[in-house]
Design a protein around this ligand. Structure first.
Ligand SMILES: *Cc1c(COP(=O)(O)O)cnc(C)c1O
Length: 358
């Protein structure tokens, strides 16, 4: 089934900045267009449009402003070998459907989601930057727009929007490792809550802990489970991996951990490269002991915005520890280079992950 979008953008394009100097400021510069699709319980999905990028006009009583019914996704388009590719968009489409289910929102069909991505990337192809490490970040999201403060049932109207911004690699100049802090007094997610859905509320609730960590000179936080404050769950808004020799360990998925597409991809890639991969509960005490005895020598974060970033030091109120020599280790480097090689076309796309747009 092909999905048709009406082009209602009709404006001259804005002057494009020098994309080779996008800079490290993630997410402040947007391309010319956006895709919008509406839902009403009586119509289903309708008004599939390509619009000029512009402010949205919404009723102040729209439910999203009061009750936070919102989900989003994040993915990237890459320029390589004279073509433009998106990394595993159907995985994002499926995850958005799962997030919608948890947040009592109507699922957008996968083919519509991917057609929206294709439409926007085609319209704004000139916004896909071409320097190493750069990409066009794609941000689909969905909000509840029924104008009503009544909270008897879910909203009957929704708006799906897709916007895009050119971004630079996370570390514009070379690689460095993160210093991170374990959080004992806040939770990102609770059992039975919304931690496994990619929704804005999870982010809003984690800002204060993130701010505290920044003040102490830590760029990210390690979230522990909310029941025992013992089991490692995620790193900020990324998944987390530990390297024990030739074995990778990452926390097993629960309803308090987001099922990252990079996480899945790294598991698959690592196995293909001959590493053993365990998905199991891992406690912060085990990490500290193994780091001190030298068995655990590397750790890294995984997520779309920064791909793979090494973790050098952990500040923990029960004892700080360092991973290896605090610099990026060899396994982290191998996996980072392999994954970004697939995305930028310098390594074979052995799992057919790249979806060609044009
Ligand atoms: C988006 C996200 C991730 C990473 O998911 P990717 O699909 O790999 O980008 C991890 N944790 C949280 C909380 C997230 O929101």
């Amino acid at each position: 089934m092909s999905v048709e979008f009406t082009d209602v953008s009709g404006r001259t394009k804005k002057p494009k900045p020098d994309l080779s100097a996008v800079g490290k400021g993630f997410g402040g510069l947007f391309s010319d267009h956006m895709v919008t699709i509406k839902w009403h319980d009586e119509n289903g999905w309708y008004a599939h449009e390509l619009n000029y990028y512009a402010p949205l006009v919404l009723d102040p009583s729209s439910q999203v402003f009061h009750y936070g019914q919102e989900v989003f996704e994040g993915m990237k388009a890459f320029r390589s070998n004279d073509a433009i590719w998106v990394f595993r968009p159907f995985e994002n489409a499926r995850r958005m459907k799962r997030s919608c289910k948890r947040m009592a929102m109507p699922p957008l069909p996968e083919e519509t989601f991917v057609a929206a991505i294709e439409k926007l990337v085609q319209a704004d192809r000139d916004w896909v930057p071409s320097q190493p490490g750069q990409s066009l970040y794609l941000r689909p999201f969905m909000i509840a727009t029924q104008p009503s403060l009544g909270f008897f049932r879910r909203s009957n109207a929704f708006l799906f929007v897709l916007i895009a911004c050119p971004v630079d690699s996370y570390f514009a100049a070379g690689n460095s490792s993160l210093t991170v802090k374990t959080v004992y007094h806040f939770s990102r997610a609770a059992e039975g809550g919304t931690g496994a859905a990619k929704c804005g509320g999870n982010y809003a609730g984690s800002l204060l802990a993130q701010e505290d960590a920044l003040e102490e000179g830590c760029s990210q936080i390690i979230w522990l489970d909310q029941r025992e404050r013992k089991w490692v769950e995620e790193l900020g808004t990324s998944n987390i991996f530990f390297v024990f020799g030739d074995k990778l360990v990452t926390p097993a998925l629960t309803d308090t951990i987001l099922d990252g597409i990079n996480r899945r991809s790294i598991i698959q890639l690592a196995k293909a490269l001959g590493y053993e991969v365990e998905e199991r509960p891992i406690s912060i005490c085990e990490c500290r002991d193994a780091a001190q005895s030298g068995q655990l020598s590397e750790a890294f974060s995984s997520g779309t915005s920064s791909t793979i970033v090494s973790i050098g030091n952990v500040r923990d109120e029960n004892g700080d520890f360092m991973l290896g020599d605090g610099k990026e280790g060899k396994t982290t480097k191998i996996l980072r280079e392999e994954l970004s090689g697939i995305q930028y076309g310098s390594r074979p796309d052995r799992f057919d992950w790249m979806h060609r747009i044009l």
